[in-house]
Design a protein around this ligand. Structure first.
Ligand code: COI
Length: 363
């Protein structure tokens, strides 16, 4: 039998945001700029295991300067969203998938594995405490960010004997400042995100840290995001760092690179593949050579390129460029299958369409 879900006692904030400040944040949340009044926490140490589940006022963490995460980056995180439906109820999308992935990430980074029921209970406790922060509206959600870090003050290199799970939440509109406009992608010819046997499949902060210099280079060239190629051959599309990638071929096939240890197993990716397959589309998880995509865009064999992730939902790619090529995808505007996928997924998440899969979890 599953262990009983832990209780998260609530210590209420004595200085929550005013109704006016919260309303202003919810009216134009952007992404990751405002945070709710509370945070959920669970502590771990090698002697006691997981303990001290709680919800407390949002605020700065006090860390010893020797805290190991600050030195060696032993940290993993998750991202999931909660949606307010038209009847006012609040739902999380597939939180158990995030709970499972956090465990897998933690294992790779030698962090303790939080039981899945504790993860889900932490999300429930935080979102219930901060329910007024869950926005309503077509593109709006509450982005929930659980993160787990090595908290032992010790400067030797070994797995930490203390860890801390913290869950914060932030009202969110579109991830990209230009909303749903297609993004431009620079395919990095020489900087790689992950190698076989590395940490690419783990959602560790260090993977994102490694993506920042390529991102700065791409931005200087005028691009929104970077797409990475596999480190072994430098010829296969892998992922966009904050998003998984897929292409639509003129014959209707949707192709996305297979998970193989170097790619993040996106919950949005998995959900989209299911929705597409169930709607009768041919979905292939197979190696996707850059040459196939470049030639396909030139010849018209590849008609859409899309990116997907929790933060970015489903985002059309309008331009793909790299060493020796600079191509517009279709006519540069969102393609029909990308638009369908986005609408189908967000309708389910926002309760505008039925949820035949049981993906929504009531909070
Ligand atoms: C997400 O989509 O949740 C991500 O983690 C992408 C980014 C905001 C880090």
């Amino acid at each position: 039998t599953a262990p009983a879900a832990p209780v998260f006692p609530l210590r209420r904030s004595t200085s929550p945001a005013s109704d006016e400040a919260r309303a202003a944040a919810l009216a134009e949340p952007g992404f990751g700029r405002y945070f709710t009044d509370h945070m959920a926490r669970v502590s771990w140490d090698a002697e006691r295991g997981w303990h001290d589940h709680r919800v407390e006022p949002y605020g700065p963490l006090t860390l010893d300067p020797a805290t190991s995460v600050l030195h060696y980056g032993q940290e993993v995180f998750e991202g999931l969203k909660a949606y307010r439906h038209a009847d006012g109820s609040v739902w999380a999308f597939r939180p158990r998938e995030n709970a499972r992935r956090l465990r897998e990430s933690a294992r790779r980074l030698a962090l303790p594995e939080l039981p899945e029921s504790d993860f889900v209970a932490a999300v429930e406790a935080l979102v219930r405490a901060d329910a007024p922060w869950v926005p309503a509206g077509d593109e709006a959600s509450l982005y929930v960010r659980p993160f787990l870090f090595a908290s032992e003050p010790f400067v030797g290199v070994r797995a930490s004997r203390r860890a801390e799970l913290v869950v914060i939440a932030s009202p969110a509109g579109p991830y990209f400042p230009r909303g749903l406009a297609p993004v431009s992608i620079w395919v990095s010819p020489d900087q790689h995100r992950a190698a076989r046997g590395g940490t690419g499949a783990a959602k560790g902060g260090a993977n994102y840290a490694a993506s920042l210099a390529p991102q700065v280079d791409a931005a200087a060239r005028g691009f929104d995001q970077v797409c990475y190629l596999d480190a072994r051959t430098g010829s296969l599309l892998e992922e966009i760092g904050t998003m998984n990638v897929a292409v639509v071929r003129a014959d209707g096939e949707v192709v996305t690179p297979p998970l193989g240890g170097t790619i993040l197993a996106g919950v949005t990716r998995a959900s989209l593949l299911r929705l597409l397959a169930d709607a009768g589309h041919r979905v292939s998880e197979r190696r996707l050579p850059l040459a196939e995509v470049v030639d396909g865009l030139r010849s018209g064999e590849v008609v859409e390129v899309l990116a997907c992730g929790t933060a970015a939902v489903v985002t059309p790619v309008g331009r793909l460029a790299g060493d020796g090529f600079d191509l517009t995808v279709g006519d540069g505007s969102p393609g029909p299958l990308t638009a369908w996928a986005r609408a189908t997924l967000t309708d389910l998440q926002h309760g505008r369409a039925p949820d035949p899969y049981g993906w929504l979890h009531r909070l």
